[in-house]
Ligand binder design. Structure first.
Ligand code: GDP
Length: 420
């Protein structure tokens, strides 16, 4: 049995524009729902005197998962002939932005839903902005509820044009705009005869055309240390390989402490067997030849491909704190397994995520603002620029106990570069 390709897809859009209905439809049409779910939902709707909603299917599905042994109740999956899809961030999930930006959910492709009747809303634009911030270039815009505008090609084109102008100004180039009626199943699985003017693929065919990025295995090795365990006389360094491939005997660098050693053994817990090679995505424990004092947060890489180590760097961040983001205040930065106190060294630009208006020389960022700032950490941390590595190029900021912002590393700070 050949391993099937998996693509993580996120569905975004203004509330009520039809995210749940689109997802419910996709699950229904691909027969990915639990046995009897649709009948049960129909019955419950009838009992309550409400019309049937595809969106209810998601509730039923989550309920089903909760009773099982599935750990992650927010993960919905469906499959096509080509591959498996994981829908991340179930609709209604309030933590949507937080998850997306913190990397708790890493979307490879996105469907942005716009209600044809209501048109483009602020939230639609904000979601577009976040896609660009996260570098998600694989996106389709679904213009939903086409039934409410009599499947009008003219109205569809007007929305397409307006959204396209906005998105291209952000350098997000949606590959396709698809007119759909999720509720009636038009242009979801099969081409709709209600919209013969649309010559493109229906949604399920279109998503199969997303090209998956080459895996992280081929990238420079990044193995952030999660923990160090003592076993007998051995010390086992545990963590998840975020990128690259590690082999027994490899010469490795431990940053930022700058120690060099060799991999003695790879202990692959899950299989309980020793292996000679491990790659991105695997959680493992390894032993090394020189037993230095290693600790959580440090990065293991190959000596020839080290991450950046610095205490000052530039980022784009999305702020969602109750309190404004300000300078001269202590926050906590979490990046991979590192946790370190930091402050905002400079606020270079604040952008209203809806209007994309720039505020130069702002002294704070408000909730829902996107800011370009320079961060100064109390000690050196390891990272990569987001464009080189998504897993080690993003971070969250914690204020007290709340995750209040997150973003991506865009580069080293100028003031820093001129010094070195
Ligand atoms: P969400 O908040 O984005 O997840 O939106 P929902 O999927 O819950 O949909 C909001 C409402 O719009 C529900 O009452 C749906 O039945 C309705 N809706 C969704 N898609 C369509 C559609 O294609 N046509 C029509 N007429 N209504 C739709």
């Amino acid at each position: 049995d050949i391993a099937r390709e998996v693509l993580n897809i996120v569905v975004v859009g203004h509330v009520d524009h039809g995210k749940s209905t689109v997802i419910g439809r996709l699950l229904y049409d691909t027969k990915s729902l639990p046995e009897g779910a649709i009948d049960r939902v129909k019955r419950i709707a009838k009992e309550k005197g409400k019309p049937f909603e595809y969106a209810y299917l998601l509730d039923a599905f989550e309920e089903e998962q909760k009773q099982g042994i599935t750990i992650d109740t927010t993960q919905l999956q469906f499959r096509t002939d080509k591959r498996d899809y994981v829908i991340i961030d179930a609709p209604g999930h309030k933590e949507f932005l937080k998850n997306m930006i913190s990397g708790a959910a890493s979307a490879e492709a996105a469907l942005l839903i716009i209600d044809a009747n209501e048109g483009i809303q602020e939230q639609s634009k904000r979601h577009g902005y976040i896609l660009s911030l996260l570098g998600i270039q694989k996106a389709y815009v679904l213009v939903n509820k086409m039934d409410l505008i009599q499947y009008s090609e003219e109205k569809f084109n007007a929305i397409k044009q307006e959204m396209n102008e906005f998105l291209t100004s952000l350098h997000v180039y949606p590959l396709k705009y698809i007119p759909v009626s999720a509720f009636h199943g038009e242009n979801i699985t099969a081409s709709s005869d209600k919209m013969p003017w649309y010559k493109g693929e229906p949604v399920l065919e279109a998503i199969d055309l997303f090209e998956k990025d080459k895996g992280l295995e081929g990238k420079p090795l990044r193995f952030p240390i999660q923990d160090v365990y003592k076993f007998d006389s051995r010390r086992i360094i545990a963590g998840r390989i975020e990128a690259g491939t590690l082999r027994t005997g490899d010469e490795i660098l431990i940053s930022p402490s700058n120690k060099v050693t060799k991999v003695k053994s790879i202990e692959y817990w899950v299989e309980k067997d020793k292996v000679d090679q491990i790659s991105a995505g695997m959680s493992v424990g390894i032993t090394v030849e020189d037993e230095f004092f290693n600790q959580r947060g440090e990065f293991i890489s190959h000596t020839y491909d080290a991450p950046i180590t610095s205490d000052t760097f530039k980022v784009s961040l999305f702020w969602m704190g109750k309190n404004d983001l300000v300078k001269n205040k202590e926050y906590k930065l979490k990046l991979a397994t590192q946790e370190v106190e930091c402050e905002i060294y400079a606020i270079n630009k604040v952008i209203d995520a809806t209007t994309l208006e720039n505020l130069e020389n702002a002294s704070q960022a408000k909730t829902n603002d996107v800011a370009e700032v320079t961060i100064k950490t109390k000690r050196e941390v390891c990272f990569d620029e987001f464009r080189n590595n998504q897993n080690t190029g993003r971070f969250v900021i914690v204020d007290g106990y709340d995750v209040c912002g997150g973003g991506i590393v865009t580069g080293l700070a100028q003031e820093r570069q001129s010094v070195s």
